[in-house]
Design a protein around this ligand. Sequence first.
Ligand SMILES: *Cc1c(COP(=O)(O)O)cnc(C)c1O
Length: 384
Amino acid sequence: MNNKEITYVLHHYKEEDLPFGAVSPPIFQTSIFSFKSFHDFSRALNDETNNYLYTRGNNPTVNILEEKIAALEQGEKAKFFASGVAAIASSVLAFVRSGDHIISVKDCYSWTQTLFERYLSRFGIETTFVEGTNVDEIEDMIKPNTKIIYLESPTTFTFKLQNLRQIAVVAKKQGIRTIVDNSWATPYFQQPINMGIDLVVHSASKYLGGHSDLVAGVVIGKRKEIEHIFKTEFLNIGAVIDPFTAWLILRGLRTLHIRMQRHFESTMKVTKYLSSHPKVERVIYPFLNSHPQFELAKRQMSGGSGLFSIKLITGNINRISKFVDKLRYFKKAVSWGGYESLVFPYVISHPDAPKDLRSLVRLHIGLEEPEMLIKDLENALKDL
Ligand SMILES: *Cc1c(COP(=O)(O)O)cnc(C)c1O
């Protein structure tokens, strides 16, 4: 998709015919939909996938958003959920049963790890965790009962990539479904379905929403697969997005292309600055040529977002906390993907982490002036 097509999707697609000539889509704040006849009522009840019956199934505001995201990801259909973890859990659950096996990247999102380790294991579903950087390693772990290869490229603390094209080929040969979390790159920079991946999941709480004011998630893929997720997990678990949240995401998406471009440009400036800083041992960002998978990053993504990690020269928790407290413009908070800059030191959630991880600090570069952020970092690093 080129820039012209992207802006067509973000600003026009599925909005040509809004009631009363409205420019902004209405928020259909209704739980139920009524019918003109017994016949129409009966048809909707028997085919909820394709009708408006009840907002736990479909809602017109949500559907505009789903059509746009499906188009952006080059998939046939999308389904939005109340959160990213709901979208991930439902997409996995819809395709496994007791006795099945999953292969997942080791450094994926923490609650995705918990889903595999603590939740699915209760139902006799076993997961093998892999580094993900080596396709042969993944192929070696495949068993006759492997149903899903779960990916997150790049991972969002260690920024390890997986070769999506090659893994898709290996998985297809053996009839294994591939799922990738594309929250970091967004469809603006990476379109996994075009590389052969079956399902794409997102935390829309990150860049798709883009303003740190909502929680939501989405899965995109082939019509048949999304309808299967809809009929099994979505309707039953009921982690439904509300129409107003969907509307906020529609509003956030208007500027997705502008925001992502700006995150990328600013992050290149900041990561280049930090790369030569004596208090920083390493900057871990896929679009720096110091990244071990820089070539792969350029092959499968057209740019990078605003999230990366640095390794400081110290893993001392007191020194790290002093550095973090000296930052003025980086908010101390979880998550990322909004307009604002953030800092998250790894030791805050992993106080017993091994030595080489203790010095890891994750930064999110927001939409502020990068020079202001660089000055802020310079000042905080001075006394480290
Ligand atoms: C935040 C996040 C999630 C979970 O999404 P929620 O919307 O918080 O439920 C999943 N994957 C990644 C990579 C994330 O950063």
